[in-house]
Design a binder for this molecule. Sequence first.
Ligand code: GLC
Length: 488
Amino acid sequence: MPERFSEQSQRFRPSSKEDQIVDKAREHFERTLVMIQGELAGSVAALEHPRDDEALNYGEIFLRDNVPVMIYLLLEGRFSIVRQFLSVSLDLQSTTIQTRGVFPTSFVEEQGTLIADYGQRSIGRITSVDASLWWPVLCWIYVKRSGDKEFGRSQRVQRGLQLLLDLVLHPSFEGTPVLFVPDCAFMIDRPMDVWGAPLEVEVLLFAALRSCIELMELCQHSQNSSVLLEQRLKLSRQWMHDLRQYLLKHYWVTSKTMQVLRRRPTEQYGDNQYQNEFNVQPQVIPDWLQDWLENRGGYLIGNMRTGRPDFRFYSLGNSLACMFGLLTAPQQRALFRLVLHNREHLMAQMPMRICHPPMDSVEWQNKTGSDPKNWPWSYHNGGHWPSLLWYFGASTLLHERLHPNADALLMGQMRTLIEECYWSQLNQLPRQQWAEYFDGPTGTWVGQQSRTYQTWTIVGFLLMHHFLRVKPDDVLMLHLDADLNLGL
Ligand code: GLC
């Protein structure tokens, strides 16, 4: 391990209070669960919001914040809450002409009435594309884990999938398999120059298609089977295949691919064979990339747009690409090497940084519209989010399970890294009141506008604890393949 970590490693001390801290976290988590239509249906985003006037919607049930919540509830066998969450979200799937098929970003019950936000109530009036793509993924994991195939096959679920697929799989002006979205359409929901085909959305599209296919296959050879279903299955499989090829071709970078990219011709017209289809000039390749990639590291870049690739590293998109098997096994290990090599940036004092590097000065002004929350090293712009650790941690543990004999040295280092990150959270989060995010280059300071007792911070930690200490085999639940589960 490089010299610079020897000092830091002092901070990753095991704690004798582990059990107490876990019990307390469980208590907090129970308090986040709320009822909808008389039944527990999910968690509010945060238990405490210091400035109530500004933070009204932190008391709502966000689909994306409930992803780790639902995974945790499934691990605990509390299937009815997950089913109620999926049902309520499905009831709220939009049927109006311009947004048909869209799932809400969040919902809440007020005096017996369900109120959903599709973006019309949020700051900047943003629609969350990720919420719609997460729904089939959660639904499939629920069906797999609980064995409730009836729910998966039911007409309302199949109809929901149909509406979603109609929204996603259609001809477009670009004619590519990616989903084109505006800025702020996912977890990063304030301006960050992430419009176009941001990695997280595209990886989620891949996982959503995979899950839709599995769920539709439940109806094959049954009464509900039809020519239309077969057509939809065929189209989804093709689309998923093309999307994966596209992402691996245009987003995956290593030191080797960069050397090829830098020497490609530019300004190529016509039908002849082209090597630089997005006409990327070598000058746009940032300096920091050279050390970042080192010899054997690799990752998926943030976005590909004509002449303007986004080379920033996004932790969630990359972790999900591992978890859902979009990356091949050797590529996953290249990603692990990259994270190890850049640990000082990505993990630092509070794992893990959402996006690297941050934009500053004029770039920050132009690209974020001088957004005061997305200040350099803060919030989405280089801030640290404890809720992200479990996605990356679970991906490495899943890799370990699926490829037990691969690169023992690297995987040993990864396990140590994940353990240390876990201790680092355990030692800090209770004192920092389970804050939403952390600021600064080392992620030491509680985020300037951070909520406290943030649900996905608490439950993300509990998930890490579960996969490391309680039942390591359970990580297999996150594998989207049908044959790797008990019930089906
Ligand atoms: C913020 C985050 C968003 C999250 C929401 C609720 O808006 O940017 O990703 O879903 O808070 O926690």
